[in-house]
Design a protein around this ligand. Structure first.
Ligand SMILES: NC(=O)c1ccc[n+]([C@@H]2O[C@H](COP(=O)([O-])OP(=O)(O)OC[C@H]3O[C@@H](n4cnc5c(N)ncnc54)[C@H](OP(=O)(O)O)[C@@H]3O)[C@@H](O)[C@H]2O)c1
Length: 419
């Protein structure tokens, strides 16, 4: 196994015959320390006078087709931070599967002429007039598809984050905005900080903790195992010694799961899935990590044991519905749950299954615990980042499109704009 972060594909990272993705610029990001902890000579004459930004050129239509014509590159004067703000250089942004839906005509939140500034991001503080951020800090925050922007630790967008514990921990008004600890920066590159220690890894960590303890006798189904949260959840359940079953969209992606995690995996589109699962796990499932909803969750819920644990955190089946035309996605939803049909909700109730369904932000006060425990798992080789990094600001639109046009990157899709 090599750790050369500039040349290692996911295949090399795991030393297994995993599918080589069509995207360029994939990095492993395992043990290389952060390149720089700041010290940016911003006052120098060479400092850029403008920033680059991708904005929505036209909204996404009902056909959900996303093309380069939906993006436009603009150049703007470099903003000067006001009192309470910091100018930041955006290093890397995570792309959420809901990005395309946010660009939709009528109901999308990212309007024409705007960038999507809700991406969980890693950034370098260039010039600060903010009470928490200092020049040179490397921070987690929300950022747009732009090279530079201003931000503030007082930013509350994304939900009420003004909880006393989080404020005390982060010194900010947001649960996803904080200065990375030096110990994290010394160990991990930005892509790993935003993957394993970002919202994907943290969702998996808290979900399994709350459905725990996961025991070697447990039989665990993990949906979305090729995706960002599921790939973390499957590894964590495996390292706890459980019998884990994974899923991928098609035989090749299911094989990728087996090759990379050493677990049995199935094609969730297989018409004989129900029978195959029953044959593979006749004892039934004790735990289900469900980030997808839809038909797969119907099948697994039927095969769950009484007194099991069910972690519901997302609804990929609906988000990617246009790619799943052979399935009828569930329309009747229980209000508070992610993509869960009423029939699944009934099975959960009837079988006395413990349900965990929340946004990971509710556990933000436990971030240091999660970072410390998962750092050890990463450093002992038991937890590996699964991310697809697209390097280069100019490649941002194509990177975003790749999530929806069938190229389908494994794990967390990330755009890297700077080192
Ligand atoms: N509650 C929280 O705090 C929290 C945090 C993070 C994410 N989420 C939510 O969790 C969900 C998953 O997020 P993610 O970042 O892991 O997504 P992702 O990286 O895009 O992965 C999606 C996964 O779902 C699979 N999938 C797609 N359509 C499916 C279908 N019809 N049936 C079964 N599986 C299907 C994909 O498999 P293939 O690609 O192999 O087809 C892939 O493994 C999203 O709804 C997201 O909003 C919630």
């Amino acid at each position: 196994m090599t750790t050369d972060s500039n040349s290692v594909s996911r295949r090399g990272l795991f030393g297994a015959a995993g599918k080589a993705t069509v995207l360029a610029g994939i990095t492993s990001g395992l043990t290389a320390p952060f390149r720089s902890l700041g010290g940016v000579a911003w006052a120098a004459d060479s400092a850029p006078k403008t920033l680059k930004k991708w904005v929505v050129a036209k909204p996404v239509g009902d056909d959900l087709k996303l093309t380069p014509a939906h993006f436009k590159l603009v150049e703007e004067p470099m903003p000067v931070p006001k009192q309470g703000e910091a100018l930041i250089q955006v290093i890397l942004v995570n792309i959420h599967s809901g990005t395309r839906n946010r660009m939709k005509a009528g109901r999308g939140s990212t309007k024409v002429g705007e960038t999507d500034d809700t991406n969980y991001a890693c950034a370098r503080v260039i010039q600060s007039r903010d009470k928490t951020y200092k020049d040179g800090d490397i921070i987690a925050c929300q950022a747009g598809w732009n090279t530079y922007q201003t931000t503030t630790s007082e930013r509350t967008r994304g939900g009420p984050g003004e909880f006393a514990l989080v404020d005390e921990l982060n010194g900010t008004k947001s649960r996803t905005s904080y200065v990375f600890r030096p110990v994290m920066l010394k160990q991990f590159k930005p892509d790993v900080l935003l993957d394993i220690f970002g919202t994907s890894g943290l969702t998996a960590y808290y979900g399994i903790r709350e459905c725990g303890p996961i025991m070697p006798r447990d039989r665990v189904a993990v949906a979305g195992t090729t995706g960002s949260v599921g790939s973390m959840a499957a590894q964590i359940c495996k390292l706890k010694g459980a019998h884990v079953i994974g899923f991928g969209g098609g035989p090749e992606r299911a094989k990728w799961v087996t090759d990379n995690f050493g677990i049995q995996a199935f094609d969730y589109r297989d018409p004989n899935l129900e029978a195959k699962l029953k044959a593979a796990v006749p004892e039934g499932f004790d735990v289900y990590c469900d980030g997808v909803g839809g038909p797969l969750s119907e099948i697994i819920a039927k095969q769950m044991n009484r007194d099991g644990r069910y972690f519901s955190y997302g609804e990929s089946a609906d988000i990617y519905a246009d790619l799943q035309q052979q399935h009828t996605t569930t329309s009747a939803k229980s209000a508070e749950m992610f993509g869960m049909s009423d029939s699944v909700a009934k099975m959960i109730k009837d079988k006395h299954i413990k349900l965990e369904a929340w946004n990971q932000a509710v556990w933000a006060q436990d971030r240091i615990e999660a970072e410390n425990i998962m750092s050890e798992w990463v450093n002992t080789g038991r937890l590996k980042p699964i991310n697809t990094v697209i390097k280069g600001f100019e490649k941002a639109p194509d990177g975003i499109i790749s999530q929806y046009d069938g190229r389908n990157p494994y794990g967390k899709l990330q755009l890297q704009f700077a080192d």
